[in-house]
Design a protein around this ligand. Structure first.
Ligand SMILES: *Cc1c(COP(=O)(O)O)cnc(C)c1O
Length: 295
């Protein structure tokens, strides 16, 4: 399933002048709605659900959740039902919700307050529907990490640096576990943190990975989760025009911006061979006003 994952070399002349090379692993090309990394995080949940004889999956998320859009589509492809508790209210203009419903997902809206008790909501739902399998929010689980660890098997293994967006950190944990010991894995955090030296991500990574060859960058959140500014949008358009790679404003736009900025700042030594993971997420751009992006 979804095996079209090419590696694309970036042409930016600055890279050659600095003696480094950058490749992008294009998980965004796997499927238009099954946002690259989300499939890997879902894969072993789906396997477990089928093994246990379940007929569908239940999960949670926000109204623009790439995770829920991917889950709805993946379930539909596998002949499974899907259901989700969605934080907030229905909005007919929200394309992510439309994609979930078009794929047959049962979408159940809950207030922000009730969403805090989502585990209670889920256990009540599962009492009534014992044939449904529960996937944690964002696919954050041991199964999610195991699936994400397979991402690197689609790339060569001689990179000095591997760079990826960090939301929950599940994808990065899998990548760290699968990385070679002499490479450095860099996570670009797309949410703001109060404490850069100790936070939930660092705790999560230290308990869920078996290596120390990673670091996190907290400089490129652009104000916080799903926040953006004109500089980011301009960069995303310019990046598309020069490299022909579309990015999303929540995750991958910030990652490609970070990579270019770190290169300009001289953060990589000469000879560095960098792999950037394009984790997909392009469906999220549909929430932007028409004409914002050139792609
Ligand atoms: C969800 C998502 C991420 C973050 O993945 P985590 O495993 O939660 O850290 C990165 N990129 C895209 C496009 C995503 O949709």
């Amino acid at each position: 399933m979804y095996k079209n994952i090419p590696t694309q070399h970036l042409r930016n002349p600055l890279h050659k002048r600095k003696g480094i090379s950058v490749d992008v692993l294009r998980l965004d090309l796997m499927h238009p709605f099954i946002s690259g990394n989300k499939w890997f995080k879902l894969k072993y949940h789906i396997t477990a659900a089928l093994r246990e004889g379940k007929t569908g999956l239940l999960s949670f998320g926000g109204a623009f959740s790439n995770h829920l859009v991917a889950m709805a589509q993946a379930c539909s492809d596998q002949g499974l039902r899907s259901a989700a508790f969605v934080r907030g209210e229905d909005d007919p203009k929200n394309h992510s919700l439309s994609l979930m419903r078009e794929a047959g997902m049962q979408v159940m809206f809950v207030s922000r307050n009730d969403y805090k008790n989502k585990n209670l909501l889920a256990s009540r739902f599962l009492d009534d529907h014992p044939d449904i399998y529960l996937v944690p929010e964002g696919g954050q689980s041991a199964e999610g990490i195991k699936g994400a660890a397979e991402i690197l098997s689609y790339a060569k293994h001689d990179y000095t640096h591997v760079i990826c967006a960090v939301g929950t950190g599940t994808t990065l944990a899998g990548i760290i576990n699968a990385s070679s010991n002499d490479s450095l894995v860099i996570g670009i955090c797309v949410l703001k943190t109060k404490d850069e030296s100790m936070n939930e991500w660092l705790e999560y990574l230290s308990t869920n990975t078996n290596k120390k060859n990673y670091c996190l960058s907290f400089k490129y959140h652009f104000g916080g989760y799903a926040k953006k500014d004109a500089e980011l949008v301009t960069f995303m358009n310019r990046f598309f025009e020069s490299e022909n790679i579309p990015s999303d404003f929540v995750y991958t736009g910030k990652v490609f911006f970070a990579v270019e900025d770190m290169i300009k700042n001289g953060d990589f030594q000469e000879g560095a061979k960098i792999l950037v993971i394009h984790t997909g997420g392009l469906q999220g751009n549909r929430s932007l006003p028409a004409g914002t992006l050139v792609f």
